[in-house]
Each structure stands twice: as structure tokens, then as C-alpha cells.
Design a protein around this ligand. Structure first.
Ligand code: SF4
Ligand code: SF4
Length: 309
């Protein structure tokens, strides 16, 4: 995610400045990374000055790498607070949080954590991240829980070829390992960055939808809040109320966050009554699968019952 508008768990924050230059490298090498680090570095003093000038009140530290690999992250967070920022969201893979002291130091200044965690199955996690850091990430999550911060954790679970059949199991794992987390945010992988048109990474909507729906139903039954992002409403038949973009529309925001590529123009969407509240399909998805899965609807968006969010 690299937009200015975003949701923070437990609280709707309509304007949130994404500080993509909080990091410049990463400690993982995810095969689906759509915004890989460039190595280009901005000194934190410049980031803080920009935020102060803009009178920004809510920031997300994310994008172009892993913020916890920036050794000046604690300084950056305290500098942002001094510049008037009230809400700080940290997007992290939690690997560096395996260090208890660092975890506690960083956690002091953070209101919400979005944890990019691609699988509860060690082998799948390590394959996705091209690392052997599953156990460190799990330890990082446990450290957050030990600090009493589980309620501030939102799981960001990118759905891709190797994990889509495991989504119901992922919900069961969250339920038993981190029942107090605030949200499970499933996100359908984007065909961007390292993905490079690879069908071996991007599943199609039709094959993944049944597993997504079972996972959403399981989350609901377990009392876990869950949303699905970057999945068209017509691919979520009977589960449309879990759509993140639909939830944004219900709150009066544009379905797509600022900075996110607009949906692909498609004949189906042009005649669909749901289009004002739908994320549509991305042009990079249609480039590999075409638009034959998109089905227009005559239902009014307001007729969809939103799920708990
Ligand atoms: S997806 Fe996140 S954790 Fe993975 S390589 Fe990209 S920046 Fe790093
Ligand atoms: S046809 Fe297009 S606008 Fe309608 S639900 Fe499908 S993707 Fe969304």
C-alpha cells in the first residue's frame, strides 16, 4: 500500500500520509513484492521537516522496504511525534521485532502495526519471502503480544498462488495464535514489481474465490474482523460486504486509496451498477487473464450489507 488514505484498525482515519521513504532496504525478498526497495535514501530530518510543513496528523511508515531495517527508525518516530503527528502506523514484516529490546523501543511510539505475514506454514512463508526467517517473524509477533499490543496488530495477508488454498487454515492459525488481533486484511496480489506477469504467482479470481470465501466465513464465525482488498465485487458473490473498497465507499471515501492505479476499463464495468463502490480489476490483472471473469450487476451498492469492520 502506498496511498495517502487508509484505514487503521479500530479507528477510521481518512487522511494518512504514507512515508515511503522511512525505509530504503528490506530483510526479506518476497516473490510478490510490488514495491521493492530502490536503495535511494532520504535522511530522516528531511522526512520530519516535510511532515511538519504539511501539518500532517497521521502517518503510515510503509512501502519501498522494511522500516525496521532503518537504524534511525526510533528517532524518526519520536521526531514525527514532536512535529505534531498523533497517529503512527508501522507496516512491518515483524522479523526485526524478534529482538525483544528493539521491539519494545519501536513499539513505544507506534499506534498500530500492519504485519505483512504471508503464511502460517513455515515452508510456504520461507518460499514466499525467499528466506529462512519464519521463526523470527513468529517471535516478533509473540513479542508484540507479550507487550500487550496484540489488539493493535492487523495482519496483512497477500493472497498469491502458493497460499490461496491455505487461507482457511490461516484464519484458524490467527484464531489460536493471535486471537486478540484487530483485523485480518486479505489482499489479492497485484501484478506489479517483482511479479512480472507470472501466473505462477498470480492465481485467477475464480480459482481463489472459494478459499477466500471459506476464510472470510471462518473469520466471521470466530469473531475475527476480516476484509478483502483488490478483489472485484463480482468475484465475491454473497461476500461483497467484506470488501475493503466497498467499506471505504460506505464511509464516503473513494473505493480506491489515493495513489492506487485506477481500474481497467472494461465493458462489463461500464454497465455495472456496483462500479461506484467496486475496486474493479487492475489493468495488470487483465493483462494476464483478460476480463471474462467480470460480471455486471444491476444491484445497487447500498443493497450490500457491510460486514463488521
Ligand atoms: S513485500 Fe515487504 S517484506 Fe517483502 S520484500 Fe517487499 S518490502 Fe520486503
Ligand atoms: S463488473 Fe466491474 S464494476 Fe461490476 S462488480 Fe465486476 S469488477 Fe466491479
Amino acid at each position: 500500500m502506498n496511498a495517502k488514505k487508509s484505514a487503521a484498525p479500530g479507528k477510521w482515519i481518512s487522511r494518512q500520509e504514507c512515508l515511503a521513504d522511512a525505509s530504503y532496504t528490506c530483510n526479506l525478498f518476497c516473490k510478490y513484492c510490488h514495491n521493492p526497495p530502490s536503495g535511494g535514501r532520504t535522511e530522516i530530518e528531511n522526512v520530519i521537516a516535510r511532515v511538519r510543513r504539511g501539518k500532517v496528523k497521521a502517518v503510515s511508515l510503509e512501502g519501498r522496504g522494511e522500516p525496521t531495517t532503518n537504524p534511525r527508525l526510533p528517532e524518526l518516530i519520536s521526531g514525527l511525534r514532536a512535529a505534531g503527528v498523533k497517529n503512527v502506523m508501522l507496516s512491518t514484516n515483524a522479523v526485526a521485532l524478534a529482538d525483544k529490546k528493539l521491539c519494545a523501543r519501536i513499539a513505544r511510539g507506534v499506534d498500530f502495526f500492519t504485519v505483512n505475514f504471508p503464511s502460517h506454514v513455515e515452508e510456504v512463508y520461507n518460499g514466499a519471502t525467499r528466506s529462512v526467517k519464519y521463526r523470527q517473524a513468529v517471535k516478533g509477533l509473540r513479542n508484540l503480544a507479550a507487550l500487550g499490543l496484540e489488539g493493535k496488530v492487523r495482519f496483512f495477508h497477500i493472497i498469491f498462488r502458493d497460499n490461496y488454498k491455505l487461507l482457511p487454515g490461516f484464519v484458524e492459525w490467527v484464531r489460536s495464535a493471535h486471537p486478540g488481533c484487530s483485523l485480518v486484511n486479505f489482499t489479492f496480489v497485484r501484478n506489479k514489481g517483482r511479479v512480472n506477469d507470472e501466473r505462477a504467482i498470480v492465481p485467477n479470481y475464480a480459482e481463489s474465490a472459494p478459499y477466500i470465501k471459506i476464510a472470510l466465513a471462518k473469520a466471521k464465525l470466530a469473531g475475527l474482523r476480516a476484509v478483502i482488498q483488490n478483489m472485484p465485487l463480482c468475484a465475491l458473490k454473497s461476500f461483497e460486504g467484506f470488501s475493503f473498497e466497498y467499506q471505504r465507499w460506505r464511509r464516503g471515501d473513494e473505493p480506491l486509496e489515493e495513489g492506487i492505479e485506477r481500474p481497467a476499463p472494461s465493458a462489463a464495468c461500464r454497465k455495472c451498477a456496483l462500479s461506484p463502490a467496486c475496486c474493479g480489476a487492475r489493468p495488470d490483472y487483465l493483462r494476464i487473464y483478460g476480463d471474462k471473469e467480470l460480471k455486471p450487476s444491476s444491484a445497487a451498492p447500498a443493497s450490500i450489507k457491510p460486514e463488521r469492520f
